[in-house]
Design a protein around this ligand. Structure first.
Ligand code: GLC
Length: 325
């Protein structure tokens, strides 16, 4: 853990030292840094957070308390939401579809039973849903999904994430390929030994190649009826927690004279490189929301989380300045 943060600090120091000679901070001002962390954190204040648990195959003993050097410490979905909102005031949710998957959205503060503090002036708060941890008996889990979960460091957790996200896609593909090699001599008489190494596809392929491979395999498998093709619509439906999420926000129907847009800031390699996934998402939205889906816009937010964290740091320090004066 120390090495990771040493590395981040060094990269930051290099960046600062590369600034032009004519750059000077105003007297009495410190630099303000935004920091996003792609793991679930308990937010103690904007500048301080503690790790709740590791996900995505990480397990590091050291306790993580994120407060030594940054003005804002937020989960990556919160950063993406803040960054997205800066560019489009209609952004109401942020979704990450990459190595892991998660979403954050803007909720009316009075509708949050867990919150016992003062209500914010805006009446709104952001919620990090950690939807990667979603599981339900309706989720179509195949044996190829179950095996990596059982053998993972956190069995029974992050099920939704494990069946769709970039971190696990390669492993699912490997297991399907292995079965095809064993039962249908897909690669000739012998199973390639490399294929038996868990997570080998994760390390030797780029995410977009893996995505393409899983897509091709799904099609091949579906047409040969070896196993059902389970990726696609069913997965996507869970993304939007069915219609209920939209109902909760009052955005599931079109009201007369209502031209309010609901923009979703979306980031991550899975969304960026897997066109079919994106198409499915759009058609499922249409199916779930009908005409109301016309007012839902998905915006790709490239590296939005880092920018969002920096903007949060900047706006927080402005707020402190106003409070002081
Ligand atoms: C994992 C983490 C979550 C993060 C997501 C996307 O699901 O638990 O905090 O937002 O990955 O990086």
């Amino acid at each position: 853990m120390r090495e990771l943060f040493d590395f981040a600090a060094e990269a930051l120091a290099n960046f600062v030292s590369s600034e032009g000679e004519d750059f000077h901070l105003p007297p009495g001002r410190q630099r303000e840094l935004g920091f996003t962390f792609s793991f679930p954190v308990r937010q103690l204040s904007i500048a301080s957070a503690t790790l709740i648990k590791w996900t995505k195959g990480f397990s590091i003993e050291d306790a993580v308390k994120l407060n030594p050097f940054a003005v804002s410490h937020v989960n990556d979905t919160i950063g993406t939401l803040a960054g997205g909102r800066y560019y489009h005031p209609d952004v109401i949710a942020a979704v990450i579809l990459g190595t892991g998957t998660n979403a954050a959205y803007v909720e009316r503060a009075h509708a949050i039973p867990k919150w016992h503090g003062l209500l914010p002036k805006s009446g709104e708060m952001v919620i990090n849903t950690e939807w990667g941890n979603f599981r339900a008996s309706h989720l179509p889990l195949t044996e190829y999904d179950q095996a990596p979960d059982v053998e993972s460091l956190n069995p029974g957790e992050q099920i939704f994430e494990k069946i769709i996200s970039g971190m696990y896609l390669g492993e699912i593909v490997r297991r399907v390929l292995c079965r095809m090699a064993e039962e249908a001599a897909f690669f000739g008489d012998t199973v390639p030994p490399k294929l038996k190494i868990p997570f080998v596809l994760r390390y030797s392929f780029r995410l977009d190649e893996l995505i393409l491979m899983k897509h091709l395999l799904n099609e091949a498998i579906a047409s040969h009826s070896i196993i059902p093709s389970y990726m696609d619509k069913t997965d996507i439906e869970y993304f939007f927690e069915n219609k209920n999420g939209w109902k909760k926000l009052g955005r599931d129907t079109v009201k007369e004279g209502d031209n309010q847009r609901s923009v979703i800031a979306l980031d991550g390699g899975l969304f960026e490189h897997y066109t079919k996934f994106r198409e499915c998402m759009e058609s499922t939205l249409k199916e779930l929301l009908g005409d109301a889906s016309d007012s839902v816009v998905i915006e790709h937010s490239n590296d939005g989380s880092g920018i969002g964290a920096a903007l949060l740091a900047a706006s927080h320090s402005q707020y402190l300045k106003v409070e002081e004066s």
